[in-house]
Write a protein that binds this ligand. Structure first.
Ligand code: T6T
Length: 325
């Protein structure tokens, strides 16, 4: 009898040690909606997200639009919401236009975390404003990134002359902040530099290239350009090359597609500021999982940069931050 009782007690205590079957067996589905699907930045983010999903036994769904545009992103978001994932990670393509579409997810009980870009002010869970409902914002510090770009360009041009920002379009939190940081740093610390009017290219590298040539035609004393994201930077660099101004008009690039290596080595691009998109994706999935399993999560997570130039681009500890394709 005693043995039976002892065995029964053991069985009870052993079963108390393991989590209830339902919680343990639950396989969560987390959706990642990028700004656009055909961009090395988001392709790399997806890899980081997948690594975390594999480690945690989560099902990751990657669904996005082929261009960076709320008009094409919102239908993708609606389709994802209809499938009722356990959480949504999204890079909203507009600070304002994604607020109501994302509120639908939140109202349906689907936790929302924004990655790379934000909605509203980007400060969440404060009870202020109408766009503070996402649980967390995981991204680079884009104002700082703009300041770094300004300092790099200032150094490249000997702290004087005319430059401009090649940017995507107003309303995107990341690229707005990069331009803001760039202009703030130039105004505060580089009085010899004139920042010309920003050129918006709609994330079209060809447009960015023709804009470079048009700005150069109007300002033959142009000495530099800051490409505020991957397509703006590649386009501006192509424009410089087509204008025969390699090395004369300096280029500082945000983002680091693999093609940037050649551009750095030939002197077409002076500095590239690589973000860490895999880190953003990894911590996106980890944060969503932590929330789903009852843990509190930080309302913001800042990820890093790696500054690439001719002196370090061959170093594997640097080149590992180049984006995948
Ligand atoms: O620069 C990244 C991203 O951070 C930005 O929000 C949109 O453009 C990229 O995806 C690069 O193309």
């Amino acid at each position: 009898k005693k043995i039976v009782a002892a065995l029964a007690a053991l069985a009870i205590s052993a079963s108390a040690l393991v989590a209830p079957a339902s919680a343990q067996d639950k396989k969560y589905t987390i959706a990642l909606i990028p700004g656009l699907t055909t961009d090395g930045f988001y392709i790399t983010m997806r890899k980081g997200a997948q690594a975390a999903a594999d480690a945690l036994g989560v099902n990751l769904v990657f669904q996005g639009a082929p261009d960076f545009n709320p008009v094409t992103q919102v239908p993708v978001l609606d389709a994802v919401i209809a499938k009722k994932p356990d959480a949504i990670l999204i890079a909203p393509t507009d600070k304002v236009q994604l607020v109501e579409p994302l509120r639908k997810a939140s109202d349906a009980g689907i936790p929302v975390i924004t990655v790379d870009t934000f909605i509203g002010s980007g400060v969440y869970q404060t009870g202020a404003g109408d766009a503070d409902f996402p649980l967390s914002y995981i991204a680079s510090d884009n104002i700082l990134g703009g300041e770094i770009a300004a300092r790099a360009l200032a150094t490249a041009i000997g702290d004087k002359g005319k430059v401009y920002v090649s940017n995507v379009k107003p309303g995107i939190s990341t690229t707005d902040q990069r331009e803001e940081g760039f202009k703030k740093e130039m105004a505060a610390n580089h009085p010899g530099i004139t920042v010309l009017e920003t050129q918006f290219n709609d994330n079209d590298a060809n447009k960015a290239a023709s804009q470079l040539q048009a700005v150069f035609a109007r300002n033959p004393d142009l000495v530099g350009v800051f490409g505020a994201n991957l397509f703006s930077a590649l386009g501006a660099a192509n424009g410089v090359q087509q204008a025969g101004q390699t090395g004369t008009v300096k280029v500082v690039a945000f983002d680091a597609p693999t093609s940037i290596v050649d551009n750095i080595n030939t002197g077409l691009v002076d500095v590239a500021i690589a973000q860490h998109p895999a880190e953003i994706g990894y911590f996106g999935v980890v944060s969503a999982y932590a929330h789903l399993t009852g843990h509190s999560i930080p309302v913001a997570i800042g990820t890093g940069f790696t500054i690439m130039d001719k002196s370090n681009i061959a170093d594997p500890n640097i080149s590992k931050y180049l984006y995948s394709e």
